[in-house]
Ligand binder design. Structure first.
Ligand code: ADP
Length: 171
């Protein structure tokens, strides 16, 4: 199965689709969302305006414009509210909706950022476990796909590596 964890900038990934940790407006924001819009150019915002937002845990797709990636899959992850507001299911929903959309569009190589663990404050270790379980379960059904987790800092990369090791040990 194709799953790899790297340290890197998602806007530089030469993959079929990158995933954007967007907000529900899909009209841009800070963090990885701002970086993706800057790198893609203003045509991305113009297309996003036609989408009329997206629900938390769901996903919508656009072209990648000036990015090396052909597509951007926009998914608003959950804002952390203490863990009892359905955050885990919503985060799994963000990964699964994005992966299903990628498969539907024939995007076989897909790169994710660490959704919700920036300004949305989802606890990193818990997010990494949910992301890992969701991605690996999906890959069992789609063994031709290659998923990259593009971590922006060492702490994030270490958390996803631990989650993968734990997942492997639990099987
Ligand atoms: P959210 O609102 O979903 O929490 P953020 O953009 O605040 O989204 O953060 C999500 C993760 O994306 C964080 O780990 C942050 O460090 C990371 N990040 C920020 N810029 C980039 C980038 N260019 N490439 C990959 N990851 C990035």
């Amino acid at each position: 199965m194709g799953y790899r964890i790297i340290l890197g900038d998602i806007t530089e990934q030469h993959v079929d689709a990158i995933v954007n940790a967007a907000n529900t407006s899909l009209l841009g924001g800070g963090g990885v969302d701002g970086a993706i819009h800057r790198a893609a150019g203003p045509e991305l915002l113009a297309e996003c305006r036609t989408l009329h937002g997206c629900g938390t845990g769901k996903a919508k797709i656009t072209k990648g414009y000036r990015l090396p990636a052909n597509y951007v899959i926009h998914t608003p992850g959950p804002i952390w509210r203490g863990g009892t507001a359905g955050e885990d299911a919503l985060l799994a929903g963000s990964y699964l909706s994005s992966l299903r959309l990628a498969a539907e569009y024939g995007a076989k190589t897909v790169a994710f950022p660490s959704i919700s663990t920036g300004v949305y404050h989802f606890p990193l270790e818990r997010a990494a476990r949910t992301a890992t379980e969701t991605i690996l379960a999906f890959l069992r059904e789609h063994p031709d796909m290659e998923i990259t987790m593009a971590c922006f800092d060492e702490r994030t990369k270490a958390a996803y590596e631990r989650a993968l090791a734990e997942y492997g040990a639990a099987r």
